[in-house]
Unconditional design. Sequence first.
Length: 159
Amino acid sequence: MSDMTLDNFEVIKGRKSDFSAIAQLLNKVNLPTEGVVEHIENFLLIFDKENTSSDSLIIGCVGLEIYQKNALLRSLAVHPTKQKIGLGNALTDAVIEYAKKQGMQNLFLRTDTAEHFFVKKGFHVISLNEIPDSIKQSVEFDSSVCSESATNMKLSLCK
């Protein structure tokens, strides 16, 4: 592993023009792309500031689907060659701060693989019944997108 630090990376807000690169990253890590374009303005992206090539790709992303005062955290992904250096943590911390600034009261998510990661971030496991109906509008609740056995989680942002 190189001597990369988080200082080498920049977090920016997503734009419609970023969809192709986000979809490429999500496909690479086997996450769904459905619903991304509709919520892309609430995505945060990480780029490698030292990669000045014209083919510079997004190396990490995370998004929110906002429904009233609650949000669904989705699509947390880091390029396989950039994993294990703290980018997932940095993106999660950044999206939690972003959600607070947007006035969100709660963050919800569904995961098949990252329950332990999100527990470390303060999320706790909840039942499907505890998720507001507004959040369940998300494509993430379609069984063709996210498995029915996915773990449902919540983080309260209210102190």
